[in-house]
Design a protein around this ligand. Structure first.
Ligand code: B1M
Length: 210
């Protein structure tokens, strides 16, 4: 791993919010690409935190601080990522499903979509099916994207797909889903396209609109 990536990763793991910002700015000043900062530093740091949370070596308050540290870096690279490609591919309505407060992955997907030229309407987290439906209707979106990180909230994706069908919108919009507990089989079963990460999500979105 690159030196800057390792430093940013370590700053996230040690919950050093200020250093993540400083190191991100320094890496950019040294000519490191925003996407590389995301992949080699921010994402890897958060992945380690995720593993430690799973093993009960870190707890919710620490995970929240790590998320804050990661956000510090994300906010700096966001405008730069967004400027890397052409605009005008269409509107994507994005959100984390009802009952689910995890939004870091979804925000990364939003950034990558913007960078790839989509207009993104990010509804945030804990988004109810009817909110997805009304925003798709209002904006004439070409894609609706849902994120879920809990096995207990995944089923909100099917409920939202059903609500889109009921509103007569399902055939007019591409439905994309992602998040750690999901599988291709689950996605296909509810009539949605699955992406394991933000990079693949951009490829899937490009395929939907081409
Ligand atoms: Co929570 N949490 N959490 N958590 N949390 C997980 C998800 C968990 C796997 C940890 C564990 O126990 N191993 C576990 C879920 C278990 C399960 O359901 N099977 C869990 C739990 C249990 C909980 C609580 C219930 C804990 C509690 O209170 N006892 C609680 C639930 C709250 C709620 O939502 N109602 C909770 C709370 C929290 C925090 C608030 C502390 C915090 C969230 C802060 C925030 O998001 N602002 C948090 C975090 C940070 C995590 C972990 C550690 C990290 C998640 C993350 O941000 N990863 C997570 C453990 C883990 O995942 N290893 C965990 C980094 C992010 C870049 O990856 O989100 O996977 P990810 O996104 C990727 C892909 O999934 C994909 O692309 C992204 C970028 O590449 N992707 C998409 C995501 N959405 C997509 C959409 C697409 C396409 C691709 O198309 C539209």
């Amino acid at each position: 791993m690159s030196l800057f990536g390792n430093e940013i990763k370590e700053a996230i793991i040690s919950l050093d919010i200020a250093s993540v910002g400083q190191l991100t700015n320094k890496a950019l000043a040294d000519g490191v690409k925003p996407k590389q900062i995301l992949d080699d530093g921010l994402l890897i740091g958060m992945a380690v935190v995720g593993e430690r949370f799973k093993r009960s070596e870190m707890f919710v308050p620490e995970v929240l601080m790590a998320a804050k540290a990661m956000t510090e870096g994300l906010n700096i690279i966001k405008p730069l990522l967004a400027g890397e490609d052409a605009k005008g591919k269409g509107t994507v309505v994005l959100g984390t499903v009802k009952g689910d407060l995890h939004d870091i992955g979804k925000r990364i997907v939003a950034m990558m979509f913007e960078g790839a030229g989509f207009d993104v309407i990010d509804l945030g987290y804990d988004v109810k099916p009817e909110e997805f439906v009304s925003k798709v209707k209002e904006t004439n979106a070409c894609i609706v994207g849902m994120s879920a990180m809990l096995t207990t909230t995944m089923m909100q994706m099917k409920i939202t797909v059903d609500a889109l069908k009921e509103a007569g919108l399902y055939d007019k919009v591409g439905v994309m889903v992602g998040g750690a507990p999901l599988t291709v089989e689950y996605a296909e079963g509810i009539g949605a396209k699955y992406s394991p990460d933000a990079q693949v999500a951009v490829e899937v979105a490009n395929n939907i609109v081409q």
